[in-house]
Design a protein around this ligand. Sequence first.
Ligand SMILES: Nc1nc2c(c(=O)[nH]1)N[C@H]1C(S)=C(S)[C@@H](COP(=O)(O)O)O[C@H]1N2
Ligand SMILES: [Mo]
Length: 208
Amino acid sequence: MNANEQVAKTYFSNTHLVRTFAVEDAAKKARVNGYDGIKTPIPEDWKLQVDHPSETDQPLMLTIEDIKALPKHEIVYEFKCIEGWSQVQHWGGARLSDFLANYKLGTKSGNGPNPANTNDLYKYVGLETPDEGYYVGIDMESALHPQTLLAYELNGQPITAPHGAPLRLIIPVKYGVKNLKRIGRIFFADERPRDFWAERGYDYYVGL
Ligand SMILES: Nc1nc2c(c(=O)[nH]1)N[C@H]1C(S)=C(S)[C@@H](COP(=O)(O)O)O[C@H]1N2
Ligand SMILES: [Mo]
């Protein structure tokens, strides 16, 4: 798995985009898979908690409207699950990179990501469901990829509960396992955040 990760990192690039399709090619009914962390009803007082790197700062508590205020991007691509299925799907949301830049997150200086100063970036982004029943860690390079979205729409409609309402991660450069549904908390770290499937013997990086 470490060898796979090394190979995947050699061809990873922020300018290397996942193949996209026409909107008409997207499945009208997207497949559902995996209910860890989303078995209970969506919390009525749901907010996206974003921990500030400095632990003395209060975390940000954001609403879905805050995410929708960022530029909206849509992507139609082939979603791939390691269990052996894939499907062309149409997602919409804010770029994670725009989100980090707008709120000045993901860096030690607190200035927001700067391509000229990658040393300032934390190495990983951690995401968890509100009940912590599912959790993933993402390397910062993949988090900043232009096709990585904080998604709130599927086929032009608000995401439904089984697909991760109100907000999920769509990260086309990774297998489905990393596309955490129902994000409750986001944080940043230099150590690998815990990861649900990596703890169960799967590859941590799972790059495509
Ligand atoms: N909260 C949560 N997110 C999750 C999972 C899960 O079990 N719980 N499963 C993952 C896996 S293995 C896949 S393939 C995709 C499936 O997303 P979908 O149900 O929208 O097809 O969600 C991912 N995100
Ligand atoms: Mo999956």
